[in-house]
Design a protein around this ligand. Structure first.
Ligand code: CTP
Ligand code: MG
Length: 182
């Protein structure tokens, strides 16, 4: 698979896992998931993980995957590389829910490390959601996962995700949508 092809497949297949974080930033607010509970004197997750942000994030990612499935027959002949197979029904949920779960797990880890809400943890912040989104979709749709995420595509995902994450967060910060630039 040539690099351009791997880039197209990686971006297309991961879009439903990329969008939930951004949707959560826009939708966030209201009751936190942990209900204010603490563990060892620190919040379980913190005020940055809310029900509303999580539900809207998952819905946005699932909706986008449905739209991409609809667009696929139209766009496939137009793009310079074959698009991946349509998203199976299980991955419509697994990709965005995995992304949100990865982000939530990272907050759990950050609180245990004594880092307050909003503190950066380079590496974990950029890849948490991708790892869990990939793992969950591999679990629910192993055939689609195997056909889509060839080794070259996985490498591209691990390279472009941190770049996209840092860029979109910097934009969200510049637009005052987010309180920290990471
Ligand atoms: N958000 C949300 N629910 C989620 C994820 C994010 O409501 N499951 C919203 C919150 O308003 C959050 C913002 O998106 O403040 C930015 O997300 P993120 O950077 O993940 O949270 P932080 O506030 O930085 O908190 P943490 O340190 O726990 O990552
Ligand atoms: Mg953060």
């Amino acid at each position: 698979m040539d690099p351009l092809e791997a880039l197209v497949v990686a971006f297309w297949a991961m879009l439903p896992a990329y969008v939930p974080n951004n949707a959560a930033v826009l939708a966030g607010g209201g009751p936190p998931i942990d209900g204010g509970r603490t563990l060892g004197g620190k919040r379980l997750l913190g005020d940055g993980k809310t029900w509303r942000g999580t539900v809207v994030g998952i819905a946005a990612g699932a909706l986008l995957a449905v739209v991409l499935n609809r667009l696929r027959p139209v766009l496939d002949p137009a793009v310079p590389a074959p698009l991946p197979e349509p998203f199976p029904a299980t991955t419509l949920v697994a990709l965005p829910a995995g992304a949100m779960l990865g982000d939530i797990l990272a907050s759990f880890v950050k609180r245990r490390l004594g880092r307050d809400r909003g503190a950066a943890l380079p590496g974990l912040d950029q890849l948490d959601f991708v790892v869990v989104a990939l793992a969950l979709s591999a679990l629910v749709a192993p055939d689609w996962f195997g056909a889509t995420f060839e080794p070259a595509v996985l490498v591209v995902v691990l390279v472009i995700t941190p770049i996209l994450h840092v860029t979109t967060n910097a934009i969200a910060y510049a637009l005052s949508l987010k309180s920290e630039p990471w």
